[in-house]
Design a binder for this molecule. Structure first.
Ligand code: DX5
Ligand code: ZN
Length: 218
C-alpha cells in the first residue's frame, strides 16, 4: 500500500491544529516537515521547535526533510524534537555518510534525498546506511510547483539499486504530486508520496487519499 506524507508547507499555517486533525481524519499516516535554511535552498521555513510542537500535537509519523547546507549541526536538535525519520540531501555541504550515521546513532530512521540534477548512481554507496531514498520531482524550496517527469524516470533505476542491497529501503517522491499524476509515480516504484498543495488545497482531499491508497489515483 502507498503511504501519503502530508506536506505541512501546503497547509493553512494560521490554522495548523485544525489542519493536523484534518490530515488525521483523512487517514494520512505521515507528516512531511520541510526544513529550509535560506542557503541550501532560496527559502526559509520551520525549525526544530516547530517539529517539537507537531510531536506534542500528533502521533503521526514525522518525516523531517532537511534542506540545509549543514544538516550535521542540527540532527540532535531534530532528534530531540521527536522526528521519526530525518532525510538529508546528498548535495549538502556536510558529508552525507556522516549525517546518515549520526541519524542512525539517535535510533531514528535515516533517509537520503536527491535533487533533480543528481543521478541515482551518486547515492549507491550510501544505500547501506539508508532506510529511505527521497527523490525530488521539483527543485526544492517551494510548494505548489509542477512535477518534473524526467525525475520520475529515476524511480525504476532506484528500485533496482535498492533490490540489489537486499535492504528494506522505502522510496519516497516529493514535489508536484497530485491526484492526476500519483498513479504514474506509484507505478514507477514509489512507496511514499509527499503531497502538499495537492492535498491541503484540493477540492476533495478525501478523494485524493482514497484514490492513492486504493492504488487507483489516475
Ligand atoms: C519542496 C518541498 C516539498 C513541498 C511539496 O521543496 O520539499 O515537500 O512541500 O509541495 P507540493 O506537494 O505542493 O509540491
Ligand atoms: Zn519536502
Amino acid at each position: 500500500m502507498t503511504t501519503i506524507s502530508a506536506s505541512v508547507l501546503g497547509a493553512d499555517l494560521m490554522n495548523l491544529g485544525a489542519e493536523l486533525r484534518r490530515a488525521e481524519q483523512l487517514g494520512v499516516t505521515w507528516l512531511h516537515l520541510d526544513q529550509m535554511d535560506g542557503h541550501f535552498v532560496p527559502n526559509i521555513s520551520f525549525g526544530p521547535d516547530f517539529v517539537a510542537a507537531m510531536r506534542k500535537a500528533t502521533g503521526l509519523f514525522l518525516d523531517v526533510h532537511l534542506m540545509l547546507s549543514h544538516p550535521l549541526r542540527y540532527i540532535d536538535a531534530y532528534a530531540d524534537a521527536g522526528a521519526d525519520l530525518i532525510v538529508v540531501h546528498a548535495e549538502a555541504e556536510d558529508d552525507p555518510q556522516e549525517a546518515l550515521r549520526a541519524i542512525a546513532a539517535r535510533g531514528i530512521k535515516a533517509g537520503i534525498c536527491i535533487k533533480p540534477g543528481t543521478q541515482p548512481e551518486a547515492i549507491r554507496p550510501l544505500l547501506p546506511l539508508c532506510d529511505l531514498v527521497l527523490v525530488m520531482t521539483v527543485e526544492p524550496g517551494f510548494g505548489g510547483q509542477s512535477l518534473m517527469e524526467d525525475c520520475v524516470a529515476k524511480l525504476p533505476m532506484l528500485r533496482e539499486m535498492i533490490a540489489g542491497t537486499g535492504r528494506d529501503i522505502l522510496l519516497e517522491v516529493d514535489g508536484g504530486v497530485k491526484q492526476g499524476n500519483a498513479q504514474r509515480v506509484i507505478d514507477a516504484g514509489a512507496d511514499v508520496l509527499v503531497i502538499g498543495t495537492g492535498l491541503f488545497r484540493a477540492k476533495d482531499p478525501q478523494a485524493v487519499v482514497d484514490a492513492v491508497m486504493a492504488g487507483g489515483a489516475a
